[in-house]
Design a protein around this ligand. Sequence first.
Ligand SMILES: [Zn+2]
Length: 697
Amino acid sequence: MAEKETPPIILQFAPLNSSVDEGFWHSFSSLKLDKLGIDDSPISITGFSGPCSHPQVSNHLTLLSESLPLDEESLIGSTSHGNRNKCPVPGILYNTNTVESFNKLDKQSLLKAEAKKIWEDIQSGKALEDSSVLSRFLVISFADLKKWSFRYWFAFPALVLDPPVSLIELKPASEYFSSEEAESVSAACNDWRDSDLTTDVPFFLVSVSSDSKASIRHLKDWEACQGDHQKLLFGFYDPCHLPSNPGWPLRNYLALIRSRWNLETVWFFCYRESRGFADLNLSLVGQASVTLSSGESAETVPNSVGWELNKGKRVPRSISLANSMDPTRLAVSAVDLNLKLMRWRALPSLNLNVLSSVKCLLLGAGTLGCQVARTLMGWGIRNITFVDYGKVAMSNPVRQSLYTFEDCVGRGEFKAVAAVKSLKQIFPAMETSGVVMAIPMPGHPISSQEEDSVLGDCKRLSDLIESHDAVFLLTDTRESRWLPSLLCANANKIAINAALGFDSYMVMRHGAGPTSLSDDMQNLDINKTNTQRLGCYFCNDVVAPQDSMTDRTLDQQCTVTRPGLAPIAGALAVELLVGVLQHPLGINAKGDNSSLSNTGNNDDSPLGILPHQIRGSVSQFSQITLLGQASNSCTACSETVISEYRKRGNSFILEAINHPTYLEDLTGLTELKKAANSFNLDWEDDDTDDDDVAVDL
Ligand SMILES: [Zn+2]
């Protein structure tokens, strides 16, 4: 007991230390990217604390991944449930979008606002019902998600008592209590800690009766505890391990006690544990003088302190997770971030999940295939399969952007293999595979010995199309697109077609298959005139696909094009697919005309119009959109052809391959041709005078 004439000792409290688990920053990054965007409203978070049970984890307030709200609705005003070592403490997070706004935050006002909440909860009595509000904290932060670095600063607001609390005495609890009392207090504390109802209630009363029996009571029972008790102490879970200082939570506790019950001296009990049980040698009991100043009133919020020091200085802390993260994961995060930034600002309705989950099949891994794959990756598409039978030739790498000189030395790598390797090098998170296979073509007769292998290829192609969501037709001949066009129409898969002339290009999306309309469209409330299917690559033809490679000179056999065409057409093909994927009607979306929309950007379609065909020429630097409906005499997508394929299967395919006029006979094109006096259209021709093609410049 201190002598009365010695000057009062000011009670010193050990400040809290913030401890942020990496999982918190990972979860916060996801929340920021997926839900919050640029919204910088404050977020309710939950810190975790508990009685000290080890000197090395003393005075900690911890943030874990579960410190963040679980769903969007609970961003404000919810707390996680805790357990005995993770007692929840309500907190608030102010995250800024720039380092400048982080630096500009008015820290004094923010601290004051939290201190005011604590004071109001004391005055209203809320702190008696839910004592965790006495330990409110706040965090300001700036999350640099491009570099995975986080700057942050904690404050643990403490009301400043005036005059300050003076310490009368402080000693280990084991010395304060008699051994009989100590045994009973320990048992009562252990019961309190073991009960699910009270284990995370950090402030409580310890009442010891004259027969040395201890009980732990809720703060709101203070009045009921007045009477013949020999000892009544204000207990709290003390996160501190120091033998001569209580922890930080006692500050606001004393403010509550002084304001609520107007006591002059207080006995307090700093509850500490070892190995999960009450340890009265580590726990402290103290007596403090808490004289109420004459000027104090409920309306005036006391001053507050509490910004955490960083190694003794008033500066924020920072952490970088870049080094601790797997480089692949870093790459994925960075790629996702770029796409999400697009959604935050320019395209709020962009559905990125559709893009990351769509499976794309690229038929052809040449100039166009390389460009398409690269642009698909740019849009966040993760699943790409290549089909190609060629090898990387010496002339390829300069135009085919996935290959290097290394791929063509020796006998040359298969393009389908080299392209996969290249995608993985560019972005390791790609799910990609390559199939070395030639696509069977009509009008290229085969011997009976070849039949099995060709039909095997047909089956593989059919299976590949079935197992993907979108198919790109990027081969360098016209007839190699026939079977994939037919199979896509049959399976009702999205088909995107890109073809190059010398200085012109054509990019289009095929309409839905002929059998899809009756099934899918009747469920959609669409004007009847719009239910017409869009055409496929072969719909405008009056000649069936046939051998275009025989009898041609070298420059005609190879695709000799201006080098700028493939990047343009490949990019347009991908933009067209993204448009289809983001359109509510998907493959059934009608073809838009560029003239119908001024800016191509409105609320209904954030990406702009969704045309059927795009044709362009670099000799004129011009580009137009076209619309063509499906033709009843189409050799690839008409109902006649699809039902014949379904009926006859392999024998239909063999006949189409071996008999050049079979498809024309089947669809009536032969008759049409006779009528047109063998008028022949060049497939690379930009001629747009066909009756069923609408032209808009
Ligand atoms: Zn067609």
